[in-house]
Design a protein. Structure first.
Length: 1198
């Protein structure tokens, strides 16, 4: 018999390992599962269908039962014994964590005292890594999986690029001390604080805050480092010496001055000054609990608290005070992340799969031999699994004496923790002054050769099985200081130069991956100009007026790169070039570059290919060709000396290094040079640059992050253009908003001067919607002023919100990253049967990421911003829809689920729009009121409430305190009175907490009315920052490399004003269609008051795809009550799941290019048939239909 008390990664394998052991006895031994500890409720585990749960997450095969602490008394033990007797059990195996060890020990002792025939055996499973007993119990099930998942997420956060106006630090809680130390060894954080170390050193909370502030300041001013990760264990504040003293003092006050302690302030007045100051820094709910509640041992009760959140808030307050003293420092932008729940039910790692299966066999042996009171264990985990040793550990050896309450408690000290802590103490000063972060990457199940190298093992195991000197030597070799490139800004920015031998094992393996290219590049190719996708703006005269020089010089057509054919007479063939030493694609034929000429003959030849054309069309073509011929060139003549600049203007994302790789490899074939422009728009305008070499690029191939170049933000672009505005007459540019005439823009003039100074033949600009509206104006300015630099855009948006494109770079990676995390939470929810997770997903402009994650995980509710905006739903209506699903599932006894919330959703809700508008008005009139709301961890919003309307005031007061403070700090667009959805950055607003609060209120109302009777336990989780620096998937590696290679080809062919457009992405990479779409084709133009003025323009998010995954019932998705949550697991770089693509690419929806092609064919057929003697009345009817179509197109925005 087996009884699962708690779930962890590998639990299913324990059961199946025990099942495999029982099968050896050919039916003489049966295995049943116990779903209730006293009632039995047996479950047959010998059925063949149970094999389907092998290597899977959660505890669906055998749901967890409950074994409450301190409940194993004689009565409970007697009931368990009766259940065992009724079922005829010879042995019972408990799968549990440290909280159940003491109780299982008591049950085993009771059974032995009664001379029961049932053997009690335990298998310890716990993601936190304890209890541990050195080499006899080196690791618990779930610990390896937890370390891998946490290291991936924390490693992604560590790759945050430096920002031009703020220092970003992530305060990350990984859970227990063993997990925190392991993650620290894996990623090399700026700082790490664990409870045991803080307690031993006698640090106070104030001392920790001072240490963090000093380190942040020194990294910024002395070392030019503007981002970092601070790891904290969940017992940090609990372990403080002053916390123990505070609890003792408050317990004494309750005994001696109970009548005088009527409030928190009264209790604080009795405390010594140092304890009173510490008490004041604690959150209000913690202070209330300490003063008015007692625990089971008659001590002041300390409720669980999020150490990372409180430390983040206190450090932010202190740095704000110091900002006035240190004028040269950026503003601190701290972020906090609670990763505790991320790893409880993750898909098990290979180590946990093998370990669980082996422990199942060991438990079977112990049960057969009657070894009661023992825990199954496996030794020699540093060896291959075939050489592991089986052993048993007495449960009493896992206990130790307790300071409070019970005489014994579960052992929490670990030998490996002390060893790793010593190593961290030795290295922490070096890590504090460098940014030598490692990125462990996602957990892998397949590697070349099938065997995981020794270097892939966790440092916890290495600490147990190797000498401390050997471990110190390995860490020292991996931690030698890197080289730096200093960008002389104020304050300075130092960009890290990676070294291949200092990367994580997975990073080193990924650096060897050769990205795929479409087959068109493996032979001779040519450029073909076509009208295949049309433009967002239907009026060509508007586009021509805004971009007259691009229009006049024939840079307004789509370009397709296709295989060259001999019959094309206007194509010039360049000599074939052989790869140079740095070019990695040595296994393929070097491409032969063919580019289409741009003279009058080429234009007229293109016109002659049409089935019908008018004299006016020929005249127009000749006129434009004449204008172009003055700028004609012979393609490829100067290819050997070409210089291509690369700048990251938008937010970074997965695949940026692959774009660099593609450009570099293309230029290597030509003997050209890639010029890297660091720190985005500021580096471009200030003229900072360096040349890319193979030595610099090699450690960055296929890697996450962008520390080679640094980056800027669309808000930085806004600041630069506003400075430009103050220096000359120009229109206003906004991030994703208005953009006027480029003719007199001094920022564009500065970019042109730098391009000339650097002698750039091309400039490749990385960015999303907000960036490429500016890229279009830059391309126009360059053509207007005869700057011989091509401008090529890279479609880099993790939200895949650019119109006209199938999918943008980075979307595949972040969707897989977020689907893996949401899948872990979903498994935890389904295993517990009682938790709802409200998860916030990135999605500023459109909910593509949320929709994709929903389809991969089968989440029960996804709040699509487009659907809410379209139906004009308010906060009450959205709340009602969520509660309706929760109530329906509760009636089916399913009190669990997952809700996905895009972080830009609030900007689509009517009441929130009004609240944002009023908050913006308060900020414009009295900004000091919003700045004064925060005072330490206490907040006063009374002044702000007085300036809000009654409805907004009621909504604002209903939100949790920290959400109110976040709303007061929200930047709604530089004090503009018209708060636009596209300009709101809601990343730092916990919308998941808002919906949790309103849903709890509504469900309480329904409980009172009697319509809802089920329990509701909700937990929130945010995924706002975990994906942008993720290690790119194989798909994004191939896509990024293809985009970079195509950009190089366009620059080689003297094309400009194009966005690289890769199509047919659902097929194999070799069959992708390669081309480019003019940047002006993406623009939406806004009406102006003056008829003669040039319209401003922007790139708006494309419309919602046909997901059918909103709040309503759909035919494409199961009903929310019937959905089974899925866990897709981490992204894989090898094996059968390597080439998995997003569901978006598989959904049949209307491709604009395909529809435009069919429309052209129909128009041609109408013209042909209308000229063939058609009757006048028929022509009249056709004309009426065409007029209706034109009216429909005019009425449609896109």
């Amino acid at each position: 018999n087996v009884c699962s008390v708690t779930a962890a990664a590998g639990s299913h394998n324990v059961i199946l390992g025990l099942r495999a052991f029982c099968k050896q006895f050919a039916g003489r031994v049966s295995l049943i599962g116990i779903r209730h500890l006293t009632k039995g409720m047996p479950l047959d585990l010998s059925h063949p269908s149970s094999e389907a749960f092998m290597n899977s997450a959660g505890s669906k095969l055998l749901p967890s039962t409950v074994l409450a602490r301190a409940c194993a008394d004689d009565r409970l033990c007697g009931r368990i014994a009766k259940m065992c007797s009724d079922l005829g059990l010879n042995a019972i195996v408990f799968l549990g964590g440290p909280s159940e060890v003491l109780e299982v020990t008591r049950i085993a002792q009771w059974f032995q005292s009664k001379e029961s025939a049932t053997t009690v055996v335990a298998v310890i499973q716990n993601a936190n890594g304890w209890p541990s007993l050195g080499r006899w119990l080196p690791m618990t099930i779930g610990f390896d999986t937890a370390c891998s998942a946490l290291s991936e997420t924390a490693g992604n956060l560590s790759q945050a690029p430096p920002h031009l106006s703020k220092d970003t630090y992530h305060f990350v809680c990984c859970g227990s001390t063993p997990l925190t130390l392991e993650v620290a060894m894996q990623i090399h954080p700026a700082m790490c604080f664990v409870g045991e170390d803080v307690n031993q050193r006698g640090l106070t909370l104030q001392a920790i805050i001072d240490e963090v502030c000093e380190t942040v300041t020194s990294r910024c001013i002395d070392y030019g480092i503007h981002s970092g990760v601070v790891l904290v264990s969940d017992n940090l504040i609990v372990s403080l010496v002053e916390m123990q003293r505070l609890r003792d003092e408050l317990s004494r006050l309750r005994r001696e001055h109970l009548a005088d302690i009527r409030s928190e302030e009264a209790a604080q007045s009795f405390l010594p000054k140092e304890l009173a100051d510490f008490f004041a820094m604690l959150p209000g709910e913690v202070r209330h609990s300490l003063v008015f509640e007692m625990d089971l041992h008659a001590r002041a009760k300390l409720i669980p608290m999020e150490a990372e959140r409180e430390l983040c808030a206190l450090v932010a307050e202190r740095m704000t005070q110091r900002k006035g003293e240190l004028k040269c420092m950026h503003k601190l932008a701290p972020r906090y992340h609670n990763l505790r729940h991320l790893v409880r039910c993750a898909v098990p790692s290979p180590m946990d799969c093998h370990l669980g299966y082996a422990l199942g066999h060991v438990a079977g042996v112990l049960g057969m031999q009657g070894r009661s009171g023992y825990a199954a264990s496996v030794t020699d985990l540093n060896l291959p699994c075939e050489q592991w040793g089986a052993c048993a550990v007495p449960l009493v050896c896992l206990l130790e004496s307790s300071t409070f309450g019970d005489p014994v408690n579960v052992r929490t000290s670990r030998l490996s923790d002390a060893l790793l802590l010593n190593q961290y103490q030795r290295l922490k000063d070096r890590w504090a002054r460098t940014k030598s972060y490692r990125q462990p990457g996602p957990m892998q199940y397949f590697v070349p050769g099938g065997e995981f190298p020794e270097t892939w093992k966790q440092y916890t195991l290495k600490a147990l099985y190797t000498s401390s000197d050997h471990l110190a030597l390995e860490l020292s070799e991996n931690d030698a200081e890197d080289d730096w490139f200093t960008v002389p800004l104020n304050p300075k920015v130092c960009l890290r130069r990676r070294q291949l031998d200092k990367l994580s094992p997975l990073q080193q393996w990924r650096a060897q991956y050769s990205a795929a290219l479409p087959k068109v590049f493996y032979g001779s190719f040519r450029f073909t100009e076509v009208d295949r996708k049309g433009r967002i703006c239907a009026d060509p005269s508007v586009v021509k007026a805004a971009f007259p020089h691009l229009w006049r010089n024939e840079h307004m057509k789509d370009v397709i790169i296709e295989e060259a054919t001999e019959e094309v007479s206007v194509v010039q063939l360049l000599p074939e070039r052989t790869p140079v030493a740095g070019f990695r694609r040595i296994d393929s034929t070097a491409p032969m570059k063919r580019v289409e000429s741009t003279n009058a003959m080429g234009a007229l030849a293109a016109m002659q290919k049409k089935s019908m054309c008018s004299l006016s069309e020929l005249a127009s073509a000749s006129e434009e060709a004449t204008a172009t011929s003055g700028l004609s060139f012979e393609p490829g003549v100067q290819s050997s000396s070409q210089r291509v600049g690369v700048v990251i203007v938008g937010r970074p994302g997965p695949g940026v290094n692959n774009v660099l790789e593609g450009i570099y490899d293309y230029m290597q074939v030509l003997g050209g040079t890639v010029v890297c422009i660091p720190m985005g728009i500021s580096g471009l305008i200030s003229g900072q640059s360096f040349e890319l070499t193979e030595e610099l690029l090699a450690p960055c191939r296929n890697q996450g992050g962008c520390d080679l170049l640094g980056s800027s933000d669309p808000s930085d672009l806004l600041k630069v253009t506003r400075k430009s505005k103050s220096k000359g007459p120009m229109e206003h540019i906004d991030s994703g908003s208005d953009l006027g005439n480029a003719g007199d823009r001094t920022d564009l003039y500065a970019c042109a001067e730098r391009a000339k100074m650097l002698e750039l033949d091309g400039l490749v600009i990385w960015g999303g919607r907000a960036v490429h509206s500016w890229s279009a104006s830059l391309a126009e300015y360059f053509v207007q002023n005869a700057v011989p630099t091509s401008v090529i855009g890279v479609p880099a948006s993790v939200e895949s919100d650019l119109p006209l494109l199938e999918q943008t770079l980075g979307y595949d990676t972040v969707c897989k990253q977020f689907a893996s995390i949401v899948g872990n939470l979903a498994t935890q929810s389904a295993s517990s049967k009682k938790i709802w997770y409200f998860v916030r997903i990135p999605g500023r402009s459109i909910s593509h990421i949320a929709g994709e994650v929903m389809m991969q995980t089968q989440a029960h509710i996804v709040l699509m911003a487009e659907e809410i905006d379209k139906e004009k739903l308010g906060l009450p209506e959205v709340t009602q829809k969520i509660c309706d699903v929760i109530e329906a599932r509760s009636k089916a006894n399913n009190n669990y689920g997952v809700v996905l919330i895009p972080d830009g959703l609030l900007a689509s809700i009517a009441e929130m729009k009004q609240l944002f508008l009023e908050m913006d008005q308060v900020r414009a009139a009295s900004p000091e009121l919003l700045e004064s709301t925060s005072s330490g961890v206490a907040h006063d919003f009374s002044a702000v409430l007085g300036l809000l309307s009654p409805l907004s005031r009621a909504i604002f007061q209903s939100f949790p305190e920290r959400v109110r403070e976040q709303l007061c700090s929200l930047d709604t667009g530089e004090g503009k009175n018209d708060v636009q959805k596209s300009t709101l950055d809601l990343t730092n607003v916990e919308s998941e907490s808002i919906f949790k609060a309103v849903v709890e209120t509504e469900l309480t109302r329904r409980v009172v009315l009697g319509s809802y009777k089920g329990p509701f336990q909700c937990m929130t989780y945010s995924l706002s920052y975990q994906g942008r620096a993720a290690m790119p998937s194989c798909f994004d590696c191939n896509l990024g490399y293809t985009i970079g290679y195509t950009a190089g080809a366009f620059i080689d062919g003297k094309k400009t004003g194009l966005m690289v457009d890769i199509g047919q992405l659902n097929g194999d990479a070799s069959d992708w269609q390669v081309g480019g779409t003019p940047l002006p084709s993406f623009l939406t133009f806004k009406d102006t008051a003056s008829a003669n003025s040039v319209r401003s323009y922007t790139i708006e998010a494309r419309s919602q795809l046909q997901y059918d995954v909103g709040l309503h019932d759909t035919s494409s998705m199961p009903d929310p009550c019937e959905r089974a949550l899925l866990s897709p697991g981490p992204a894989q770089f090898e094996g059968p799941c390597r080439d998995e693509k997003t569901r978006m690419l598989s959904i049949p929806h209307l491709h604009r290019a395909e529809q435009a092609t069919k429309t052209d064919q129909l128009i041609a057929e109408v013209k042909m048939r209308a000229s063939a003697g058609c009757k006048p009345e028929v022509l009249c009817a056709v004309k009426t239909l065409l007029e209706g179509g034109i009216t429909l197109l005019k009425a449609t925005k896109n």
